[in-house]
Design a protein around this ligand. Sequence first.
Ligand SMILES: Cc1cc2nc3c(=O)[nH]c(=O)nc-3n(C[C@H](O)[C@H](O)[C@H](O)COP(=O)(O)OP(=O)(O)OC[C@H]3O[C@@H](n4cnc5c(N)ncnc54)[C@H](O)[C@@H]3O)c2cc1C
Length: 346
Amino acid sequence: MAVLASNCGPTAAPGCNPRPAFAGLSCRIGFISAVRRSQVMDFEYDVLVIGAGSAGLSAALTLGRCCRRVLLADGGAPRNAPSPAVHSFFTRDGIRPAQLLHLGHEQLAPYPSVEARELKIKQLTKLAHGFRASGETGQGHAFDTTARRVLLATGVHDVLPALPGFRELWGSGVLHCPYCHGYEVRDQPLAVYGRGKAVVGLALLISRWSQDVTVVTNGPGHLTDYARQRLRRQGIGLRQEPVARLVGTPKTGLRCVEFEDGSFLECKALFLHPPQEQRSPLAAQLGARITGKGAVWVDKNAQTTIPGLYAAGDMVPGQQQALLAAASGSKAAICLNEALTREEVA
Ligand SMILES: Cc1cc2nc3c(=O)[nH]c(=O)nc-3n(C[C@H](O)[C@H](O)[C@H](O)COP(=O)(O)OP(=O)(O)OC[C@H]3O[C@@H](n4cnc5c(N)ncnc54)[C@H](O)[C@@H]3O)c2cc1C
């Protein structure tokens, strides 16, 4: 076995500015057999992390601390960008979403083998021992690279009802998660939007934060007698009239739900669990298994059904919160480092 020192500074694509500390860095990538050497060095990076939200940033930190050659590519805003604050994040309760990510980037600075770039990855191709990725830089230049492994941390997109006010008030008066924002609107009139079993479950949950809760179904709610009974027992109101719009502004918050018949329901916030879509089609394009609920399936080591393709954060099954996404990114990074190490020392 030989100790391999690699120069981890790939050539910058036009318009990209790799951090100066990265260029020319000699970073150990561990003990490696001569046979495996070319297999490793054929790739510009050990891991390409796609998405720099909580999951991707946390994964990049852990991988940087393993002296892994990492490209952290991010091509847009995180899911919670419209929200004024991130709550329930241990030690950072109430921080602005952009500030949380800024801290995450800042704390990558001491790790010269991690390179963060504004890059939208548009295509992934599976190679014999890794992946080729191509996309576009923030300045619109074409970009491509190779990596031994890929970690998808691309998040999800919430599909909101196509009614006036929902998109505009998303994150201020229109909320999805009582654990994130319930405390801020506690003891105030709240609406819960949806139909069937799902809306009943959410309304019963929300009644923990307020005694003034009304279910808004926007037309027939498809509620069983038992469901109606459960709502009544908890003192939860029910409005089945079609909704015209939500009234309010992101600055002043939600004032009320306006129904098509001209009547109003005053409320401080409206909760709903909107359907979700994957932010990026990359996993599906490679043929990775997608669950019935639209999440990317992963095994206990955070690997998808495509060998070498990992996923973490909101895009995989489970509860969705920034801290949980960060934890899942960190776990995926540990699994990735161990898989790479096994390959190197075998
Ligand atoms: C309105 C709102 C408020 C919320 N409030 C809270 C809260 O108070 N507390 C809390 O814990 N959680 C909150 N959440 C949930 C939290 O936002 C998510 O759990 C968290 O952002 C998930 O992190 P992630 O890294 O998985 O995904 P994201 O944060 O969504 O990050 C994914 C990143 O991948 C990038 N990306 C996608 N495709 C590509 C591509 N092809 N190439 C390059 N980059 C790509 C995206 O631009 C994005 O930057 C809230 C969510 C919403 C919608």
